[in-house]
Design a binder for this molecule. Sequence first.
Ligand code: GLU
Length: 277
Amino acid sequence: MAGRVTRFAPSPTGPLHLGHAFSALTVWQRAAGGTALLRIEDIDRSRCRPEWEAQIFNDLHWLGLAWPEPVLRQSDRGGAYRAALDRLTAMELTYPCRCSRADIRAALAAPQEGVPVGPDGIVYPGTCRGRPMAEAGPDDAIRLDMARAEEHAGGLRFHETGPEAEGWHAPQNLARSVGDVMLARRGFGTSYHLAVVVDDAAQGVTEVVRGADLFEATAIHVLLQRLLGLPVPDFHHHRLIRDAAGKRLAKRDDSKALGKYRAEGLSPAEVRALVGF
Ligand code: GLU
């Protein structure tokens, strides 16, 4: 038995803060005796910076964490995402979408009926569904026809090992609760969901460890794994670190940046203790 393979997958869009430290330490703890990988999720080139990536390496080393090289960068993986998208297209599950956010709002039913919201925000009303892929232009996003995809995938099932929802889950009716998710954002060639599923399989990840904020997205990931014939790993969604007022730490809350604690002279052990490790 080679042991569990986990991964920590930050986006280099700002400094790592206490919430990231808790997440990373959980990833390495879950991999005890196995392998914890680091993956740089930098598909959004406009928001990612090499300085932030260097700072991530630095902060994690400072915390005492190590990982196998080379580190996988999503910006190098366009070909793998394209191949996965082509496969879903060959299954006739995709369509090009030219709707802007404003178009989507305008297409929704009367606002007093309430707007359905899923893990990716407002559930797409399906305006472009049925457009042929042959019409896809450079300004189009690519969406998954969720109802067809669910039919194709059959029953979904995944095992959660995290404390808040431990056990087996069988997500259903994604067409209503999630809608036609984006597989490729306009100008990106992929979306977070497609990239993460393709990479977790390519890296042999056996347990996806991440914050509870991504629990709802897991159904999408399991569906894509089923459609693409990829193994479904276990999932471990950990609690989110909150500030003194009970508010979740925002991704860009620089007041809790690890670099700030370092500059104030805290040791790695003291920072670990701050998040309960
Ligand atoms: N890149 C994501 C983030 O920074 C994490 C994705 C994942 O763990 O699935 O929150």
